[in-house]
Write a protein that binds this ligand. Structure first.
Ligand SMILES: [Zn+2]
Length: 381
C-alpha cells in the first residue's frame, strides 16, 4: 500500500469509530445494497443537491470527540439519516477552485487555481443537460467567490458553450445591488481567504440584477435589507439557494461553501465558528429540501469537503491554518449521502475517490458522464 492509501485507510477507520460512538450508525459492509428494489421505489424526476463543506475542516474540529460539539447538526440530524463514507481521497491539486472543478468534472483538473479559466473537462452540469436535454434553468451553481464564475461550463469542445450550469455569485449580486460598497456589507463581500489581491473581474453578464427580481422574486431593496441580517458569505449563499429552490426548483443544484477557509487568516476561533455555521447551514438545506414540495421525497443531498487541512505535526504545514503540504490528512475527506433509497445510519470505510462524485450523480439521475474518471459509488446508486 502507498503511504497515502495507508494513512487514508487509518483515518477512515478512526472516523468510523468516532461516529459509531456518537451517532448510532452501523457498519455498512454487513449490508448488501439492493439497487433493484430501490430503483423501483425511486420517484421520477429525481433531484440532486451537492454541498461542498466549506474549504475543509479537520477531524479534531469535527468528528473526533473534542470536535463533536462543533457539528451537532451533522451528528444528530444528518448522519443518522445518511450513508456516510469515512474515506474520500483527493489525489488532485489542493486549491479550492481547481479542486471544486475536479469534483464537478470527475477528472483531476490542472487549471491554474487563481486564473479565471473554465474546467477543461465536461462538468456534471453539461453531462446532465446534454444527455437528458435539460434547459439551462435546471442546473445551477451557487458559488462563494468571483473566481468561481466559470465553474458551470467547461472548455471541452464536444460539451461546453451553452450546455453548462447557470452560476450565481451571491457576493457579486450583492455588490451590484448596493450602489457603492458600504461598510455594512463588507463582511459579506470578502471574496477569497487565500489571495486578497487576486479577484478576477467579472463581465457582469453572469447574473443581471433584473434576474434577481424576475427569477428569484426578490426586490433589490428586500435583498439588501435581508443581506444586512446575515452574518457570513455562506449565509448569503444559502439564502440565495433557498430562493432559487422556491422559485426555479432546479434538478441539479451545487452550492459551494467557503466560510471555513477563513482559517487562512490564522484565527482559530473564526475557523471553528465557520465550521459551526456550515454544520448548521447544511442541516438548514436538508430542512429546506424536505419542506419544499418540488424537492421533498425525491432529492438526494450529497455533502463533502473539497479537501481537508494540514496535520498539526507536519513540519511543512501550519495545522488548521493551511492546506499547503498536500499531506494524507488534507487529502482524506468524507461524504454524507441522504435521500430516498439511501440507507440510513450506515457507515462505509472503504476508499472512495473524489472523482467518483460525478459518475455517482450520473447513475442517480440517468446520464453517463462519459469522460469522467471515477466510478459510481454502488452503495448509494
Ligand atoms: Zn484555503
Amino acid at each position: 500500500m502507498k503511504p497515502l492509501d495507508e494513512i487514508a485507510h487509518a483515518v477512515g477507520r478512526t472516523r468510523r469509530e468516532f461516529l459509531r460512538n456518537v451517532a448510532s450508525v452501523t457498519l455498512g459492509s454487513t449490508l448488501v445494497p439492493s439497487s433493484f428494489a430501490r430503483a423501483a421505489a425511486l420517484p421520477k424526476q429525481k433531484k440532486v443537491v451537492v454541498i461542498t463543506f466549506g474549504g475543509g475542516a479537520r477531524d479534531q474540529e469535527t468528528f473526533a470527540p473534542e470536535g463533536q460539539e462543533n457539528v451537532p447538526n451533522m451528528l444528530r440530524e444528518l448522519i443518522p439519516r445518511a450513508t456516510f463514507f469515512t474515506q474520500v481521497v483527493n489525489r488532485g491539486i489542493l486549491g479550492h477552485y481547481v479542486a471544486t472543478a475536479s469534483l464537478a468534472t470527475g477528472t483531476y483538473e490542472t487549471i491554474n487555481n487563481f486564473a479565471a479559466l473554465p474546467p477543461e473537462n465536461p462538468t456534471v452540469f453539461e453531462y446532465y443537460r446534454k444527455e437528458l436535454k435539460r434547459p439551462s434553468s435546471d442546473a445551477w451553481v451557487v458559488a462563494p467567490s468571483n473566481g468561481f464564475n466559470h465553474i458551470g461550463e467547461s472548455s471541452s469542445r464536444s460539451f461546453g458553450p451553452g450546455l453548462g450550469a447557470r452560476v450565481i455569485l451571491p457576493k457579486h449580486l450583492l455588490n451590484a445591488a448596493i450602489a457603492s460598497r458600504q461598510a455594512d456589507y463588507a463582511h459579506l463581500l470578502r471574496d477569497n481567504y487565500e489571495s486578497p489581491y487576486l479577484t478576477p473581474e467579472l463581465s457582469g453578464s453572469d447574473f443581471e440584477l433584473e434576474q434577481l427580481e424576475r427569477l428569484l422574486k426578490l426586490s433589490v431593496d428586500d435583498f439588501k435589507v435581508h443581506a444586512r441580517t446575515l452574518s457570513s458569505p455562506d449565509e448569503l449563499s444559502v439564502y440565495i439557494a433557498k430562493q432559487l429552490m422556491r422559485q426555479v426548483a432546479p434538478s441539479l443544484l451545487w452550492i459551494t461553501m467557503h466560510d471555513i477557509d477563513i482559517a487562512h487568516a490564522g484565527t482559530y476561533s473564526l475557523y471553528v465558528e465557520g465550521i459551526r455555521r456550515t454544520d448548521r447551514l447544511c442541516a438548514e438545506m436538508w430542512k429546506t429540501i424536505e419542506g419544499e414540495p418540488e424537492y421533498a421525497g425525491k432529492t438526494t443531498l450529497l455533502i463533502l469537503p473539497d479537501f481537508g487541512r494540514d496535520a498539526d505535526n507536519d513540519a511543512g504545514g501550519n495545522g488548521f491554518q493551511h492546506h499547503r503540504t498536500g499531506d494524507a490528512l488534507s487529502r482524506t475527506t468524507w461524504l454524507i449521502a441522504m435521500g430516498p433509497g439511501i440507507h440510513e445510519g450506515v457507515v462505509y470505510d472503504r476508499a472512495v475517490d473524489s472523482l467518483d462524485l460525478v459518475p455517482t450523480i450520473g447513475s442517480m439521475m440517468g446520464f453517463s458522464a462519459l469522460l469522467a474518471k471515477g466510478r459510481p459509488i454502488t452503495e448509494i446508486v
